[in-house]
Structure formats: structure tokens, C-alpha cells
Write a protein that binds this ligand. Sequence first.
Ligand code: C2E
Ligand code: CA
Ligand code: CA
Length: 417
Amino acid sequence: MSLVPEIATLSQFGTVLVVDDSHVQREHALALCLRLGAVAVEGVPDGHAALARVSQGPAPGLLIVDLEMPGMDGVQLLDALARCSVRVPIVVASQRGAALIDSVLQVGRANGLQVLAGLEKPLRAAELDAALQAHPQPLPAARHDAGAGDPTDAAMLQEALRRGDIEVAYQPKVDMRSGQVSGVEALARWRHPQNGQIAPDRFIALAEREGLIHALTASVADQAMARLATWKQSGFRLSLAINLSPCLLQDPGLLDELHSQLRRHGLVPADVILEITESSLVEASALGMLARLRLQGFGLSLDDYGTGFSSLQQLTRIPFTELKIDRIFVHDAHRSRNLRTVLESALGMAQRLGLSTVAEGIETVEDWQLLQELGCDLGQGYLLARPMGGGALTTWLLEHQTRLQEHGPTAAQAPHH
Ligand code: C2E
Ligand code: CA
Ligand code: CA
């Protein structure tokens, strides 16, 4: 009998690490990997052991991860791997149905993980082989990673902050029933002397790493509050959404700063909604800060919902006022039954928790109509308006008012740029 494996798909992956609490399933998977040509195989019973193994010396070349495990389960493990920017290819294997495996795949990929495939257990050689043969191109880096060869560095960003080159663009949020503008989101923009306008995906992570995010957020908040005060004086009733980086939730100076800014501009906490991304919530120490912010009257929005791994339980522990559904679930959702199911369940859950709902990334009339049909409260996206400077938004607000008076609520979804 030949010792050469029947198929050698796994030989290119180096060591394969199988994470599964069931001894039987684990042994089955390990044997199967060897048959498929794995150079070496190892097994661990839960997420904690897997994390320890991945962080200690030569990383495995492939992870096969079960979803349900005691201790740290597969979803928590993926979350932890994403945070550590682990780029090891992953195959998810579970006894749960294809729909659940599918949504875990989507979330994993949205978080920058290289999830190659999701398979139902028990693993079968032909399926694993097919999944690995179809091995997609390496995925783009996570959303907020500064790209290689970036022209931006910490000293330049610091200088930009000092010179006032970090500006604010505003994007309206529109009530999907009445068509009225309910608020604006403030989005940072870097006006670079040589490179023109730089998008936040290129400098927020840098600011976080280099200890500049506090100053950056303070600058954005200050400019946006000044603008909101002028809009209020002109009779617009708007809320102002500000994005908060997770690390600021550990920053004791943040609260005082926000309060003194509000006072300076004659505003109150209820004028402001703080948007916090879903991935930042697991840190227990952030909970206290979130509770204090809410008690003081700030609105709290869970941003990018669907791209993190928060559970329903986590949502109920934190006093959110708004759920913001990430655009990967919104744009073109009418084409996909899966996306529609995700949307329906997110909206239903938010409604049961008494949260208002915002769909971001509404780009087409079809997006708008589906979200409206599903009962989403607010919409935001290119169909309505792109982010723009404060002066331009003032003009847009006035024009929008006229459109509403002339055509009623449907005016909101008519493309106009
Ligand atoms: P975000 O909070 O999810 O903001 C929405 C992003 O989606 C914005 O990108 C906006 O321009 C974009 N967008 C709006 N409508 C559409 C649409 O219909 N289709 C598509 N494809 N995109 C749409 P932007 O301005 O480039 O900001 C990217 C991210 O940078 C933001 O994502 C936010 O996480 C972060 N960010 C921006 N400003 C700040 C800030 O002041 N502080 C912090 N911590 N993060 C910020
Ligand atoms: Ca946001
Ligand atoms: Ca978002």
C-alpha cells in the first residue's frame, strides 16, 4: 500500500490546527487532513487553546474551527483572531445549518479574516478538498488598515491637526416615512496639501495607534458642534452623530471634554449621538463609560452592526438608543435572500429592544424601497446625499425642504446630487 496521500491539496498549508471540543470529530478531522496531504496536524479543544497556540511560535498554516465549543466558542475565536489581525486561512466546520455557517463566513470576511469556506460536519474529504482547491485570492486588508506605502505618517497627521487640516464632512440621515432629515453624521476628512482629500480609512487607525485619536475626535466634535449650533439657529432640528473610536471609551478625559464643548456651543448631550462600532464592545471596561454617557443624555448608536460578533445578550447589556446596520447588509439586499433575512432579524430585534434603526449605504431606489418596506426608521447613503462640507449641506437642507413641500415624502428617494 502506498504511503503517498491520495490527494495533496493540504501540503501547501504547513501545519493544520483543528479546533473542536469533540474528541471524535477532532480525531476524524486530523486523520482526514493527513489523507489530504497535510505536513503536520494538531488538535485543540477550544478557542482559548487555539489562541494560545496561534500566538506561540510558528503559526499554523490553516485553521479548521468548530463553532460550538464550551469556553471560548468558534465565533469568539474568530473575533479574537480578527482583533489580532491574524491572517491564517480558516475553514469553519459546524453541525449547525448552512445559513448560520454562511453568516459567520460573511462576518469573518468583513472583519478581514481569510475564511476560505464553511462546511457542515462531519467533514468529508471531497468537500474539504474542493473548498481548498477553490482557495480564493488573498482578501483585502481589514477596512481601517492603512495601506502599504501610505503617504501619511504620525508626524504629518499631528501637523495637520495643528494646522486645522482635519475637516468635517456631513451626511444626512433621513426619516424613511416622512422624508424629513433627522440628523447628520460627522465624518473626518484630511485636506492634504499635496495629496488632496484623504479618506478616514487611511488615517483613523494611524491616529489610534499614535495616540492622536483624542485630539482628532475633539477637533471633529468641536467643528461639528459649531456647525450644528448654526443649523439650530436657522430652525433645523437635527441630531449630530460623532464616531467614537473604541479606545476613547477608556479615556477618562473624554467626558469632560465633550461637556465643555457642548457648553461652549450652547448644546446639550441629547443633541449628540455617539456612534460606536460593534467590535469595540467586548471590553468590559467600556461598559461603564457607555452607561455614564447614556445616563448623561447622549444618544448611543451601535455602528456597523452585523460586521462584528456582538450577541443579542451584549446588546441588551448596553443602553443603546440606535442600531446602525452596516452597508454590506443594505446595498443590493433585494438581490439576496440571505441578506434580506439578516436585515429582517436585525430590524426585528432592534424594534423589540426599543432601538431606532438606521440603514447605511442606501445607494439605489431598490435599497430604499426594501428598507422602507421592512420598517427601518432612518436611511443614510449616496442615494440621498454624499458626505459634504458644512456650507454645502446647508444648501442641501434648504433644497431638501423645498422638495419635501413640493413632492411629499417620496422626494427623499429621488436621486439628486
Ligand atoms: P462609518 O462610521 O461606517 O461611516 C459611513 C461611511 O460610509 C462613510 O465613509 C461614508 O462616506 C460612507 N458611505 C455613506 N453612504 C454610503 C453609500 O451609500 N455607499 C457607500 N459605499 N458608502 C457610503 P468615510 O467617510 O470614508 O468614513 C469611513 C469610516 O471612518 C467611518 O465609517 C468611520 O468608521 C471612520 N471615521 C470617520 N470619521 C471619523 C472620526 O471622526 N472618528 C473616528 N473614530 N472614526 C471616523
Ligand atoms: Ca459611523
Ligand atoms: Ca457604519
